[in-house]
Design a binder for this molecule. Structure first.
Ligand code: HEC
Length: 128
């Protein structure tokens, strides 16, 4: 992954509340801000390899790992948008043993379908 995305991820906490000048707003910044505003980053990091609170496994999978896992799956975009909006089932975890969270709650209260679609599209390219 591009280093700049990681740097922006680190800086995005500061940017989340203040809109950046429109002409400098790249897709990376836009998506990182959306992830912050929607609360995704409470449970997800963007870059692989981070740990969760108190050194536990991360709560949810790093988005770079998500990109790697689904890179060859054709319906990944659609399937992940559905999971992001509706949440995941603790009985059918896709990340069993790899994360400390049992399941993802539904995010449709904070993000609409178009936003989820754009964010998932961006996530799926993070391993390029
Ligand atoms: C409360 C914690 C939490 C929040 C908030 C959260 N997630 Fe998750 N997310 C998880 C967990 C836990 C998993 C792993 C689910 C599993 O094991 O199948 C996950 C999995 C995922 C996956 C992979 C799903 C799969 O089937 O492999 C994607 C993509 C994702 N989250 C995106 C998002 C986005 C986008 C947001 C914000 C709109 C978000 N998450 C908010 C906890 C969270």
């Amino acid at each position: 992954m591009k280093k700049s995305v990681v740097m922006m991820a680190l800086g995005a906490g500061l940017l989340a509340n203040g809109a950046m000048a429109a002409d400098t707003e790249s897709q990376d910044v836009k998506m990182i801000n959306l992830a912050h505003q929607s609360g995704c980053v409470t449970c997800h990091s963007i870059a692989s390899g981070g740990s969760g609170p108190a050194g536990l496994k991360p709560i949810g999978p790093a988005w770079q790992d998500v990109a790697k896992k689904y890179k060859d799956q054709e319906d990944a975009q659609e399937a992940l948008v559905t999971t992001v909006l509706n949440g995941s089932s603790p009985y059918a975890s896709h990340w069993k043993g790899e994360v400390s969270g049992f399941a993802m709650p539904p995010n449709s209260v904070v993000i609409n379908k178009e936003q989820a679609n754009e964010l998932v599209g961006w996530i799926l390219h993070l391993a390029d």
